[in-house]
Design a protein around this ligand. Structure first.
Ligand code: C2E
Ligand code: CA
Ligand code: CA
Ligand code: CA
Length: 279
């Protein structure tokens, strides 16, 4: 809308103007990227600590620009979230995951679950459950093979809207995981109301394990709480054997991090999944 844009620019300071202009440029570049099929997904293994097997994969989007350089999601997802574009990007990710899932299953991972990150604007739309169902059905994928990752921020943006959408998704057979647990503001009250099956402990808490007493206490407590609530607990950002040892000692369910495997494209994953384990 040309008119709104002009009035907006006039009311902002110089730096803000430049930020807005940069975001508009980025948005139009992202729109082109979607059309030119420049996005791709990498999968990072999630390993179960009972049997050391890969039980899940987190789908992480990347953008390969025409010049071959790769842009990480932190550099474009927050901008895409400012507009409807994130909804189209999100749909593209789910569709790609549904194309890849049958290949993963055929390659000897029949029960693998793929985790997909969801952004706030996607979760304010009542049509989301129906649209996701249409996508998985068209691909012949069981919704139970898809776990949607949501942060507290996404859920709390408008809880009265997001909660019924979550409940409908679970009724349809999707699973939901609470991402970046501990970073939000109302974690505990959320836990008792949400239809979730797992929580992911944010990487910042793992960074201090096992040398920082407070981080250790927080991680142990989250694991305990989750286990008592019959939730799976996935520790993120596990990079060292010492961290893994600590998590095993306190019965954490699953781990994800560079120790078990970096995010990788489908072909590399298929080539080496036989050798992947927690450590
Ligand atoms: P996230 O959901 O918390 O994803 C985990 C991030 O931690 C990923 O960064 C992953 O590469 C990184 N990571 C995993 N293990 C380790 C480790 O051991 N050490 C360290 N230092 N990092 C580790 P990535 O791929 O750059 O993604 C960043 C964020 O971008 C994600 O954070 C998520 O919020 C967002 N994102 C990624 N893909 C999508 C998507 O398809 N849709 C949406 N809406 N957001 C996405
Ligand atoms: Ca995530
Ligand atoms: Ca996370
Ligand atoms: Ca994070």
């Amino acid at each position: 809308n040309g008119r709104n844009l002009v009035s907006y620019f006039c009311n902002e300071s110089d730096t803000q103007q430049r930020v807005v202009a940069a975001q508009l440029l980025m948005l139009s570049a992202l729109q082109d990227a979607l059309q030119r099929n420049e996005f791709f997904v990498e999968y990072q293994p999630i390993c179960d600590l009972q049997n050391d097997k890969v039980v899940g994969l987190e789908a992480l989007i990347r953008w390969r620009k025409a010049d071959g350089s790769i842009v990480p999601p932190d550099q474009f997802i927050p901008v895409a979230e400012q507009s409807r574009l994130i909804v189209y990007i999100g749909r593209w990710v789910i569709e790609q995951v549904c194309r890849d899932l049958p290949r993963l299953q055929a390659a000897g991972l029949p029960d693998i679950q793929v985790h997909v990150n969801m952004a706030a604007p996607e979760f304010l739309d009542d049509d989301l459950p129906r649209e996701l169902m249409a996508i998985v059905e068209a691909a012949g994928v069981d919704p139970a093979r898809i776990c949607l990752e949501l942060t507290e921020g996404v859920i709390m943006r408008r809880i009265e809207k997001t909660l019924p959408i979550m409940q409908e998704l679970v009724r349809l057979g999707f699973e939901i995981s609470l991402d970046d647990f501990g970073m939000g503001y109302s974690s505990l009250s959320l836990l008792k109301t949400l239809p979730i099956s797992s929580i992911k402990i944010d990487r910042v808490f793992l960074q201090g394990v096992p040398h920082n007493r407070n981080d250790c206490a927080i991680v142990r407590t989250i694991i305990d709480l989750g286990l008592n609530m019959q939730l799976r607990i996935i520790a993120e950002g596990v990079e060292s054997a010492a961290q893994l040892g600590f998590l095993r000692q306190f019965d954490c369910t699953q781990v994800q991090g560079y120790l078990s495997g970096r995010p990788m494209e489908l072909h590399s994953l298929l080539a080496q999944h036989g050798e992947l384990s927690a450590n």
